[in-house]
Write a protein that binds this ligand. Sequence first.
Ligand code: FES
Length: 146
Amino acid sequence: MALYSDIVMDHFRNPRNVGVIQDADGVGEVGNAKCGDIMKIYLKIQDDKIEDVKFETFGCGSAIASSSMATEMIKGQPLSQALSLTNRAVAEALDGLPAHKLHCSVLAEEAIKSAIKDYYDKNGIAYDKKDFPDCESCAHGCEIDH
Ligand code: FES
């Protein structure tokens, strides 16, 4: 069996939503301390809904495919839904990632959360801290560098 699914290869070769939103309402950037990869997510938000989303990922193919899939999954969705997106759901939508590449999908989840938090912070919107776990309380066991 091939290491990467056809869906991973498709999103890696033709990533959706690549780019920058100049007047973004929320921007999130996370890096993985282990591999040095960086992911940046830009959100345009209206009426608690993600009107548009773009990403820049300087990283491995799995990270690019995860960013592409994750942005497709949250586009047009309410913030609450984007907040509950897990890296597992992204990996499943990609028809799986090799075990040693699962951490790449964590970057996507974390970058989206970070962008939503940025939007809340900028607009003085109260939020539940539990929705934005820091590394010490997060269960992923990854090494994300915020
Ligand atoms: Fe760094 Fe995939 S190896 S995110």
